[in-house]
Ligand binder design. Structure first.
Ligand SMILES: Nc1ncnc2c1ncn2[C@@H]1O[C@H](COP(=O)(O)OP(=O)(O)OP(=O)(O)O)[C@@H](O)[C@H]1O
Ligand SMILES: [Mg+2]
Length: 268
């Protein structure tokens, strides 16, 4: 289970509903991502607001779990953070910088994303891992590829295997290694283990926790599994109907009084 340092506990006392803007955190804990009044209206149904002026601070170097009912806006929130849709200027900040002002490709290198089902490109595992750096004209050495595979909890000997021959669990870890090849500072994970068996799930979880410990990566993970959140997250954000209704330490999730959070705990 993730353990939250004392500063984090204090950090979470910051009123998430406050009109925070770029207010520095009084505790001194760095905020990696700040979401400020993030709103998303449906493109197809003008009466539907998918995200309703969300505020959220993600402290640097933590694993934040996002839970909430289906359709509550979890994926939409995650996808704003690396501009898979364009949030309004002034609504998402990375290290205090408005992401709408950043070059979108360099933003996506800094803020990498994994989806529920990994998509492998044609070629070998090594070709897949080399993909991102190659776009910038850099060819990773064999040793660098192997190191990235190890970081993703994979056997380096997989490098020469055709990516099409991998199991889904292996492919998800190759997708993780491919993302890590861009040296991200933040990982966005949208139910990355929901298609995996328990052992592959454990492998991914171990890789994510290790990346936090060894590289200081900040991770935001959507999960339907409260048990998974309790195993690896430091802090949990509960999203209901396009609103952040609760942010609390994962170790204290069982103490929540929020009715929807309680339902999640009871049903999982
Ligand atoms: N491109 C889109 N156009 C219109 N509506 C959309 C679009 N994407 C998502 N929505 C709607 O936005 C709401 C939130 O969707 P989202 O995928 O973010 O939910 P979620 O919390 O990730 O759900 P799940 O747990 O099922 O993955 C839903 O009502 C969905 O129908
Ligand atoms: Mg989703």
């Amino acid at each position: 289970m993730g353990s939250a340092p004392d500063e984090l506990q204090q950090h979470l006392l910051v009123d998430i509903e406050a009109d925070a803007g770029i207010v520095p955190d009084a505790t001194g804990t760095a905020t990696k991502i700040q979401v400020h009044r993030l709103t998303k209206n449906s493109d197809t149904n003008e009466d539907q607001t998918i995200l309703k002026a969300i505020h959220l601070d993600v402290p640097a170097g933590v694993i934040m779990g996002i839970i909430g009912p289906s359709g509550s806006g979890k994926s939409t929130l995650l996808r704003a953070l690396n501009r898979l849709w364009e949030p309004s200027p002034g609504s998402v900040f990375l290290d205090g910088e408005d992401i709408s002002q950043l070059d979108v490709l360099s933003l996506r290198r800094k803020v990498g994303m994994l989806f529920q089902l990994p998509a492998m490109f044609d070629g070998t595992v090594a070709d897949n891992v080399r993909f991102g750096p190659q776009l910038r004209g850099k060819k990773l050495t064999d040793a660098e590829v192997q190191k990235l595979l190890s970081l993703a909890d994979l056997d380096p000997s997989l490098a020469s295997r055709p990516a099409s021959e991998l199991s889904v669990g292996q492919a998800q870890r190759v997708a993780l290694a491919r993302t890590l090849a861009n040296n991200p500072e933040v990982l966005l994970l949208d139910e990355p283990t929901s298609a995996l068996d328990p052992i592959s799930t454990q492998n991914i979880e171990e890789a994510i926790v290790r990346l936090k410990k060894t590289q200081g990566l900040t991770t935001i993970m959507v999960s339907h599994s409260v048990k998974q959140i309790q195993r690896i997250a430091d802090v949990v954000c509960l999203l209901v109907d396009g609103e952040v209704v609760e942010v609390l330490e994962a170790s204290r999730l069982s103490e929540t009084q929020h009715p929807m959070a309680r339902r999640f705990l009871e049903l999982s």
